[in-house]
Unconditional design. Structure first.
Length: 233
């Protein structure tokens, strides 16, 4: 957690305990986010939330939890219009740190469809992924904080794997992105326009063992030769 705080220059609050390491995160699992500190918006805070945004209108706990798997990603082109995402986009944005993420090949030709890839930063650091977060009030009165990743049309080499990719937020835009005072939709949309966002990431094929959530070890990120026999770990 200390490395996260250093890379994202967190100067505000942080969790009392670190999350356990995970290489196969599923919807509703806890993840880290960096957001404006609640007491001082000029500072950033590191906190944990549940992955998958819950719509503010939902009232049933089970329905809310089930809805998270359908709201783990928000499209940058329509995020300002969708009822599930638009309020959070205007006021509660965040950065979602990740050492890497998985994507599955579509109709590439070179690779078989559904071939998983692991995509990570070339420098070995955390990827600064743009996101949104919100609070949902459960029927029992508890507050559940959730978040979603923002995606865009894939560019460069990543477009050969899948049609979508996360929006990577450059360091010089973090302050504007995290500021709750910045609610201008056009300004926020412009922050998501990044030139050559795939220039600092690298992708390689990995085992289909990642398709099973129960499999969770660093071995999931290991390169495999496409076409070679694969077995579950």
């Amino acid at each position: 957690m200390r490395e996260l705080m250093e890379q994202f220059e967190v100067t505000g609050s942080s969790p009392a305990e670190s999350l356990p390491l995970s290489w196969n995160i599923a919807p509703t699992n806890p993840i880290y986010i960096v957001r404006a500190d609640s007491e001082n918006h000029k500072k950033s805070a590191l906190t944990t939330v549940s992955w998958g945004l819950i719509g503010p209108w939902l009232t049933d706990f089970n329905e809310a939890r089930a809805s998270q798997s359908r709201a783990i990603n928000a499209r940058s082109e329509s995020i300002h219009e969708k009822p599930t995402f638009r309020a959070a986009f205007k006021s509660t944005r965040c950065l979602i740190p990740a050492e890497g993420y998985y994507e599955w090949a579509t109709a590439m030709g070179k690779y078989s469809p559904k071939q998983p890839f692991y995509i990570s930063a070339k420098n070995g650091g955390q990827l600064p992924i743009a996101g949104i977060w919100s609070r949902w009030s459960a029927p029992n009165g508890s507050m559940i904080e959730t978040a979603a990743i923002i995606t865009q049309e894939a560019q460069g080499e990543l477009a050969e794997i899948h049609s979508r990719m996360p929006v990577f937020m450059p360091r010089e835009r973090w302050d504007q992105w995290l500021s709750p005072e910045n609610s201008d939709v056009e300004s926020l949309k412009s922050l998501m326009h990044v030139q050559s966002p795939d220039s600092f990431v690298v992708a390689h094929p990995v085992s289909r063992a990642v398709n099973t959530v129960a499999n969770n070890s660093q071995k999931l990120t290991a390169r495999v030769e496409v076409g070679e026999p694969e077995t579950l770990f």
